[in-house]
Each structure stands twice: as C-alpha cells, then as structure tokens.
Design a protein around this ligand. Sequence first.
Ligand code: PLP
Length: 404
Amino acid sequence: MIDVERIRRDFPILGREVYGKPLVYLDNAATTQKPQCVIDAISEAYCNVNANVHRGIHFLSQQATDMMEAARDKVRQFIGAGSTEEIIFTRGTTESMNLLASSFAQAFLKEGDEVIISGMEHHSNIVPWQIQAGRYGFKLKVIPVTDLGELDMDAFSAMLSDKTKLVSITHVSNVLGTVNPVSEIISKAHSYGIPVAVDGAQSVPHIKVNVKELGADFYAFSGHKIYGPTGIGVLYGRKELLEQMPPYQGGGEMIKRVTFEKTTYNELPYKFEAGTPDYVGSIALATALDYVQTIGLDKIAQYESELCDYAISKLTQIPGMRIIGNSEHRSAVVSFLVGNIHPSDMGTLLDRLGIAVRTGHHCAEPLMDRMGIPGTVRASFSFYNTKAEIDTLSAGIERVKCMF
Ligand code: PLP
C-alpha cells in the first residue's frame, strides 16, 4: 500500500497554503509537484558538477557527461527500450512530437499518403502534423470519439489502407482520462506494416509502460508530468526508423564533420540533439524516475485508480454533475461540468477555496467541439492526493453551486 502521509512529506509545496487555506493540488495532468530529491538533484548538479557535456576533456565535463548518459540509460530502462541510441532528450512531449512530425514527414511522407490521429489528441499531436501536411501534401485522418469518450475502433480499422504511413495516437486522454487500447492499435497497424507513434504524456506517470512489449515505434513523454523538472522530455524511436530520418535541427553536437561543402551527421541519438542539451534536466529526470520506481508503478496505478473511482462516486452524487468521459478504462483524470456553471467560473471559485483544478479546453479544442462543450473543469490526481482532498473538492463544488 501507499503511505500517502509519508509521501506527502517529500513534496515541500504540498505543505503550503493559498488564500489562507491548505493547498489541494488537483492539477497534476498539467504538471506534477517535485519531491525534495528532485529539487536537490538540480541544486547538486549546479553546485558540484556543472560543465558543458560531451565536448570537454576536463574532469567536470566528463562527470556531467557521465551523469547525463546514465540518465539516458535510466530512461531506457524505465520505458523498456532496447538501446540508449533510441532515447532522444527533448524539451518535452511537444518538442518530441514536432521533431517526429518534421523528421518523419521529410523522410517518409508525400502527397497521397495518410497519417491517422484521433479525435481526442492534444494540440501537440495535431498541429505538428498539420504543419507538415501543408509542406508535404499528405492527408490527416481522424479516428472518431464515441459518446462514452472512447476511440471508435471499427472506424479505425476501416481507415487503415496502403495509403496509411503512420498512426499517431495518445495513450491516455488528458481530458477524458480514457486509456486507449494502444496494444490493439499497434498490432492492427503493424499487420499493414504501418508504424505507430504514441503520445505518452499522460500515461508514463501513471501506468507501467514498456515500449518493446507494446511494440510502439515512437513514444513521447514530458519530465515535468512525472515529478521531474520542466524543460526536459523524451522521444523514444525505433533505431531502424530513426536512422532513416534526417536531423530536426542543425548546430553543435549533432554533427560528425562540417565543411562548407558538406556536413555529415552524428550517430544516434546525438543526431537529434543539436546544441547544449538540458543535462541538468536529464540528471534530475533520472532522479524523478528513481523516485517513482521506489514507490512502484503498480502501486501507483492501483492507488490512483482507487482515488479516481472515489472521485467519480463522490462527484456523481452532486445534482447537475456531468462527467465528460465515461470509459471503463481510465486513468487519473476526471473532467466535469455542473449545471450551467461555466468551467472558468467554477475553477476561479474553487481556487479561492484553495483547490487547484484546470479549466478550459485543455489544448484539445477539436475534442471540445466533438462533445459540444466550451470546456471542462478537470481534476487530475497523483499518488500524493488523498480521499480527504476529494471530499474538499466535492464540498467546494457544492459551495460554488450555492452561489449560482
Ligand atoms: N500530450 C498530452 C496528452 C498532454 O496532456 C500534454 C500536456 O498537457 C502534452 C501532450 C504536451 O506536453 P508538454 O506541454 O509537456 O510538451
């Protein structure tokens, strides 16, 4: 079992008050809070080992390089990848998806081709493809979302054809909480020889992910959503595909030899890591992953699922409550609307009670259009949240209702 009270003491920010009320932080899908060990890892790296990586022959540079490369290996192990050559450090999921779209499109896509995404994607798995579609002339096909908030898998199967060159799909919806059947999607796509990219921003922090077992060809996630620092993220890519893809950005680190006539590129993964990387970020990300593993992802998934079930049972007792997204397969996100109360009014008033939730379209405007709503209020959970906090949320909603 999870010892929540002990875990909460690892997170200094959870002890603070806002507006004179104890903070109830339920905005974990946007970003997670940081345990002291991650804060210390950042401080320790700057206090004791700071030096630019890869290019230096001096002691500190080599030590920083070793720590960054050890962090890469930690990420590899955490997501079950075969080789560190397949782990590219980026700024986050958004940069991972932009890198992928830009480089994959240049290597593999042309007019007449199709890329399949879904109706529940975050903008970062829509817009990068639209930008590249404008350049290379391929078409985007969108898997419809059912009223329950699940992917229409029959429609997906019917979309696959020899025109399809990639499927790019979110593992867990940041709005609906739906856990998509990515294994099934991958095996269907692979039966046509089509690679699959997975946006793991909302899955990696909550469920055990093994890219090899899943068979994912690409997998992206953000450090800050898994208790690590902002500004660091990961793109996993299968070596065979990455090798055929051109660099995303040019500059230092990503080259082997530069002349004015011709440049040859570095090997993987450095070909995709132009410029000074966020080595401190990667070192602290590794600390965050260690921290999560110490608690254990199985325990995290089980505890968060209990929290989520509890939240749904509490919230659905409130008259006028409408939960958006009712899949049985869900992760630690609950989106809702109450009566005619605008989500931003609800969020603002809950904030005054010390409760941090997110409101709006959650960077998923096409999904809002599909559901016919302007936005939602979203409570998203972490293993440091408690049932008592959900009671506070529920009481807060009742109070806001009384004001309308
Ligand atoms: N994909 C999903 C499903 C997300 O929830 C988010 C962030 O909320 C992103 C992508 C983008 O992540 P980031 O802003 O860390 O790049």
